[in-house]
Design a binder for this molecule. Structure first.
Ligand SMILES: Nc1nc2c(ncn2[C@@H]2O[C@H](COP(=O)(O)OP(=O)(O)OP(=O)(O)O)[C@@H](O)[C@H]2O)c(=O)[nH]1
Ligand SMILES: [Mg+2]
Length: 291
């Protein structure tokens, strides 16, 4: 009988969790940017092998903070770990382990599931995998340790093999052709948000959410769909729009180019910017955004 397992990927913000899921699935499942706390939801990436099916759960970066949004993000990572059969702890070889790594290690130790520790970004010249190994030996002495580069596809088949080894016999939860279970509406909003995160700096990425408003099928196939880019302040609205609308145009064009790769039908976007100073304090809103 074949195997199956849910594998929760946890790690500090920017350790490369989403890059890893995309590399494992061979396509963009989860958005990636250099800005910490890019991922705000548990995103599933599905990998099929002759031995069985692995469902990777990409989670928000584990960040210690008392802010409402951060607490929700952290809770999501913990819940994914609670729902998973296997934990995959991703540790960034280019950064010194700090208090966040220590509290993550404690969480993993307490979770009653097998886990693997993967040291990522070994392709970077100043990466220090030995430092990461030392940390793991001290905090999680029983962990299996692997060295990988999610970005350059190094060590990923060994990682998949190890996860399949730990997986138990079980049914495939998704058809073979699935690589994610996300709704198109959510994926489109995420891709728009990725472009905003890539092109705007400072506090802006964390002030933004992308809200679906409308869509209609076009004659001759294709979809026209509208989203609001919601920011917290009027000044941020100006940044997103850019000089003469240049920024929002770039965001739209780059998002449409990605969508053309991911969807079989043409998607054209209509983007508007809206100001809502309170969205991060609105429990209902956060509930619908972060799940
Ligand atoms: N050089 C190198 N860069 C990597 C690697 N993996 C990820 N990155 C980069 O690290 C940054 C963060 O990657 P993400 O995949 O968004 O990290 P994440 O852990 O999902 O981050 P959050 O969603 O914020 O928690 C991006 O700029 C990636 O290109 C790697 O193996 N090597
Ligand atoms: Mg991510």
């Amino acid at each position: 009988m074949a195997k199956s397992a849910f594998v929760a990927i946890v790690g500090r913000p920017s350790s490369g969790k989403s890059t890893l899921v995309n590399a494992l699935c061979g396509t963009k499942v989860s958005i990636v940017s250099p800005v910490p706390q890019t991922t705000r939801n548990t995103v599933r990436g599905i990998v099929n092998r002759p031995e069985g099916q692995l469902i990777f759960l990409d989670t928000p970066g584990f960040h210690i903070s008392d802010k409402k949004l951060n607490l929700r993000l952290k809770d999501l990572a913990l819940r994914a770990l609670g729902d998973a059969d296997i934990g995959l702890y991703l540790i960034d070889a280019t950064r010194e382990p700090g208090p966040e790594e220590e509290s993550l290690a404690a969480v993993l130790k307490a979770a009653e599931i097998p886990f693997v520790a993967a040291i990522n970004k070994i392709d970077v010249s100043d990466a220090d995998p030995a430092r990461a190994r030392l940390f793991i030996a001290q905090w999680l002495p029983k962990a299996t340790v692997l060295e990988i580069s999610a970005k350059h596809n190094i060590g990923l088949e060994v990682l998949v093999g190890k996860a399949l080894e730990l997986a138990l016999e079980g049914p495939a939860w998704y058809p073979q052709e699935y690589y994610t279970d996300q709704e198109p509406k959510f994926r489109i909003a995420e891709i728009i948000r990725e472009k905003i995160m890539l092109h705007t700096r400072e506090e802006l990425p964390h002030a933004v959410f992308v809200d679906f408003t409308d869509s209609r099928k076009l004659r001759g196939g294709g979809l026209e769909t509208s989203y609001d880019i919601v920011v917290e302040r009027e000044s941020q609205k100006g940044i997103v729009i850019g000089k003469g609308g240049s920024m929002i145009k770039m965001i739209r064009e780059e998002a449409e180019a990605d969508l053309a790769e991911l969807f079989e039908y043409r998607i054209s976007l209509r983007l508007q910017v809206r100001v809502d100073p309170h969205w991060k304090h609105d429990d209902k809103r956060l509930e619908s955004l972060i799940h």
